[in-house]
Design a protein around this ligand. Structure first.
Ligand code: ADP
Length: 480
């Protein structure tokens, strides 16, 4: 159950709320109790003062031996209040007079008896209260009493007045407050936790929906996207991020699918030629040595083309997976360029094309020599392949503003403007029929993709910088 975020959120919320409510209740209770005690004390003091004023006034009118008792009785009658009791004691502490409604010490519903006044609790209260002149508590009975002691003298004798107030109603009120908190806090917590749970469920509902939607997605339906309720809130941003991830996945899945389809299509042709040639040759029991030689030379050409294609596919597959190991060494770009020209010489000779080197010397570079040569050979191969016999192909290699710039320029027919943006795509050929008819050199449309990958692996850029009816120029630029 605790594995659910909803439940955990609700629990945390309820715990925090419980803590706050309990603290608040305890604080309120003690503040209230303090306030009630102060109010009681101030009531008793006022009552005592009022009582003594009345008593003194009555005493002025009285004469004779019972004057003090009479005056006290008059004052007691005048200041009768519920739960408040007046007592007049003589000099030796004996009760001369107590107000009528005084309850018993042990049971506040009955009249107080002499036991109360002779009890130790009352005696110690009297001693403390007359000494300090302040209010003190008599710890007797269920709730106790709060009281004040005032010594007076009348007719040359000492008396003591005691005012007592039962703490029953104060205790009862505090008990009521405690009881209220005891049921109100659990009810508030229950309501709040129910509300919290529903709120958490409502807020987390989009995540549950997203999880269900994501669970139903697979390679077959990568095009579906999560619904976004509010793209500005956190959940909306999560869904957007997830959708972006899906988009990237879909794109790369699509790329892989296309690559696989194109690759199998390209592989099918040479394999069909190999099989066809073999079948035709074997269809007759006897063939002349020339016929066998011709068939074998076709088989060799096609298997060479196939090997070349497989190697290109393998290079790209490893490059895609980031697994092609670059062997970086300190080398000279001018030497790499001269090496590539040398290797392209036989191709150029076969078409009577002149290769023109324009190579600056002393261009140190840290690079994978074999890959850079392969890139140059791809560009030179294309330039020779698509140029008319008798024309020239120039290879420039120079340093320019902190970069190395390599250009391969030919006098070929150029690439139609509308196709130029696509020539670096895999398996793209501007003229498929012609490419195939180029014989051994007819490519599968992978040469430029591989060349671009090689340049980018060396932190450079390969672009078609010019292509019109007068020829094409490809430029590779690297940081020097
Ligand atoms: P391919 O193996 O077919 O040469 P590339 O990837 O090397 O594949 O080239 C892609 C396409 O770009 C070619 O089919 C061709 O149409 C065009 N192309 C490349 N280089 C040249 C060039 N120097 N002159 C004209 N067209 C070119």
């Amino acid at each position: 159950m605790l594995d659910s975020v909803r439940v955990r959120l609700t629990l945390w919320y309820t715990l925090v709320l419980a803590f706050v409510l309990v603290c608040l209740a305890v604080l309120t209770y003690f503040l209230y109790r303090h306030d009630a005690a102060q109010r009681t004390d101030s009531d008793i003091t006022q009552l005592c003062d009022a009582f003594l004023t009345t008593f003194n006034a009555e005493l002025a009118d009285e004469t004779g031996p019972g004057a003090v008792k009479n005056a006290a009785q008059e004052a007691m009658l005048e200041h009768r209040f519920r739960n408040t009791y007046f007592v007049l004691l003589d000099g030796s502490g004996n009760v001369l007079l107590s107000s009528m409604s005084m309850p018993k010490a042990r049971n506040s519903n009955q009249m107080l008896t002499a036991d109360f006044f002779s009890s130790e609790a009352f005696q110690s209260f009297r001693a403390a209260a007359s000494g300090s002149g302040k209010l003190h508590t008599v710890h007797l009975g269920r709730d106790g009493f709060r009281g004040l002691v005032r010594p007076i003298s009348a007719g040359g004798r000492a008396y003591t007045f005691v005012v007592l107030q039962s703490l029953h109603s104060q205790k009862e009120m505090m008990q009521d407050i405690r009881d209220t908190f005891l049921w109100a806090i659990p009810v508030a917590l229950l309501l709040a936790s129910l509300g919290g749970y529903f709120l958490a469920r409502k807020s987390l509902a989009p995540i549950t929906a997203m999880a269900a939607q994501a669970r139903s997605m697979g390679a077959a339906n990568l095009n579906s996207r999560l619904a976004i309720a509010n793209e500005r809130d956190e959940l909306g941003q999560l869904a957007q991020t997830f959708n972006q991830l899906l988009e990237r996945l879909e794109r790369s899945f699509e790329q892989q699918r296309r690559f696989m389809a194109d690759a199998s299509h390209e592989l099918r042709t040479p394999v069909a030629i190999l099989r066809g040639e073999a079948e035709v040759t074997l269809s007759k029991p006897e063939r002349s040595p020339d016929e066998y030689r011709q068939t074998l030379s076709i088989l060799r050409e096609e298997s060479q083309r196939l090997a070349h294609l497989i190697e290109d596919l393998f290079t790209l597959a490893r490059a895609d997976a980031g697994q092609y190991p670059l062997t970086l060494r300190d080398a000279y770009l001018d030497e790499i360029a001269s090496g590539a020209l040398l290797r392209a010489r036989s191709l150029a000779l076969a078409k009577n094309i002149t290769l023109v080197p324009a190579i600056e010397s002393d261009l140190p570079i840290r690079a994978d020599e074999a890959l850079l040569e392969r890139m140059l050979l791809n560009l030179l191969d294309n330039a020779i392949k698509y140029s008319p016999p008798g024309s020239t192909v120039t290879l420039h290699c120079r340093r320019d503003a902190g970069r190395y710039v390599l250009t391969v320029a030919d006098n070929g027919p150029g690439i139609p403007v509308e196709l130029q943006p696509r020539i670096f795509e895999r398996f793209f050929r501007a003229d498929k029929a012609r490419s195939r008819s180029e014989g051994e050199t007819g490519g599968a449309g992978l040469g430029l993709s591989i060349a671009r990958w090689i340049v980018e692996a060396h932190h450079g850029q390969l672009t078609l910088t010019r292509s019109d009816t007068a020829g094409s120029t490809f430029t590779a630029a690297f940081p020097a």
